[in-house]
Design a protein around this ligand. Structure first.
Ligand SMILES: Cc1cc2nc3c(=O)[nH]c(=O)nc-3n(C[C@H](O)[C@H](O)[C@H](O)COP(=O)(O)OP(=O)(O)OC[C@H]3O[C@@H](n4cnc5c(N)ncnc54)[C@H](O)[C@@H]3O)c2cc1C
Length: 375
């Protein structure tokens, strides 16, 4: 009988194990190696956290819950801990912290001997205060359980829906799941985007009350790039607005407008074609053409969908944290804990999802040690 079984040796499961008082625990992982997502994250250098961490960078119904978690373990706590482990993340892109050389620096710190690899978790039962975990390598019994199996994106490196299934089985609400931090596909009115595949430009993307100022990238499937990825987190169905230019330039009357726009030439040609503007001297523009040019400042459209889980960095939705106590413990089944992406807390780009995985795991560890002490 184990004190604790951690389901999943990813970011949150491995992080929790670092702080546990009990040594009688086991991590179960169906991959042959730990933390595959850390390995491929941040272009191989893993964007571990951000300079500015607070609930406003997360999609969640419970911002105060998220703040409480960060009160116990935040970006500074993480950076200090990493420093102690001789890994000092470096600041890039103004606010994002990355591993100094490679994501494997972090994986080496987190890798844990108590991990059983190539072990697929199939089901969990709860009998008289004991969790019975059924796996491809047999049945394990434990006094407490941490579900740290992550989300649905990137199935090819181990993602599965087992955490959501376990949560539902034990009576938890799993809020609707969808791919997030992902590119958006377009309807036929915006098929002109596809002709621009490979073109990137800075833009402001507005979705609801959120706006993101960063690059957008046109692709053969639709539109992507960091500003779009962030917008996808808050997009449900409906319109988003792209601002390709904050202001139109003051046009010289005797020069063609296309040459006067500070935009990639390929983009200008396709945009003119799509909205029905003929390139001409500024002085010859009709009132209607002038109006259409304003679309460069605010072009609204309704995306068709997303590029899907195979391309999404994260899954939004998940275990409703309103049903967890302040130590990430189930209010329904004592001894059952959740951490990381399986929860209905999803961060923007910039290290926010690892920070949540680590912070929620740290808090769960406190709860687990308290639970084991008291039961
Ligand atoms: C390409 C990519 C790049 C990313 N880059 C960043 C970044 O730079 N910064 C950032 O903050 N976030 C990034 N993310 C998001 C981040 O990786 C996740 O939010 C984070 O890993 C979640 O941690 P977790 O522990 O909840 O889940 P995971 O890290 O996914 O761990 C879950 C573990 O459970 C295992 N598992 C699942 N099902 C089973 C099963 N049935 N049996 C056994 N084991 C199972 C999985 O194999 C996995 O090892 C990126 C994601 C992707 C896909």
């Amino acid at each position: 009988m184990k004190d604790l079984i951690i389901l999943g040796a990813g970011a949150s499961g491995l992080f929790c194990a670092q702080f546990l008082r009990t040594k009688n625990y086991l991590l179960l992982e169906h991959n042959p190696k730990p933390a595959r997502k850390i390995a491929i994250s941040g272009g191989g250098r893993c964007n571990v956290t951000n300079k500015i961490v607070n609930s406003s960078h997360y999609l969640t119904k419970y911002p105060q819950f998220v703040e409480n978690v960060f009160t116990q373990f935040d970006n500074r706590s993480l950076l200090q801990w990493l420093k102690k482990k001789r890994c000092e993340p470096v600041l890039r892109k103004k606010t994002q912290y990355f591993c100094p050389h490679s994501a494997y620096e972090l994986i080496e710190i987190l890798a844990n001997r108590n991990t059983l690899y190539n072990c697929e978790i199939k089901d969990v039962e709860y009998k008289k205060g004991i969790f019975v975990v059924k796996t491809s390598q047999g049945v394990f019994r434990t006094r407490s359980l941490l579900v740290a199996t992550g989300g649905l994106s990137y199935k090819k490196i181990g993602a599965s829906g087992i955490g959501y299934e376990i949560a539902k089985k034990f009576g938890h609400t799993v809020t609707p799941l969808a791919p997030a931090l992902v590119g958006l596909t377009v309807q036929k009115e915006q098929f002109w985007f596809k002709k621009l595949s490979g073109v990137t430009l800075p833009a402001v993307v507005r979705v609801g009350e959120k706006q993101f100022c960063d690059n957008i990238l046109f692709t053969h499937k639709g539109i992507s790039g960091p500003a779009i990825l962030n917008a996808s987190l808050y997009w449900q169905k409906g319109y988003i607005t792209l601002s390709f230019l904050p202001q139109l330039p003051k046009f010289l009357p005797y020069k063609n407008i296309a040459t006067q726009l500070p935009l990639p030439k390929r983009f200008t040609i396709e945009f003119f074609h799509a909205v029905g503007i003929k390139d001409k001297k500024a002085k010859d523009l009709t009132v209607q053409e002038k109006k259409k040019l304003q679309l460069l400042r605010a072009y609204s459209f309704a995306p068709a969908g997303t590029f899907g889980y195979e391309r999404a960095e994260v899954t939004k939705g998940g275990v409703d944290i309103g049903e967890l106590d302040e130590r990430m413990q189930s209010k329904i089944i004592p001894g059952l804990f959740f951490a990381g992406e399986v929860c209905d807390v999803t961060g923007e780009l910039g290290g926010y999802n690892f920070q949540w995985a680590f912070s929620s795991a740290f808090v769960a560890q406190r709860g687990i040690d308290e639970y084991l002490r008291d039961h």
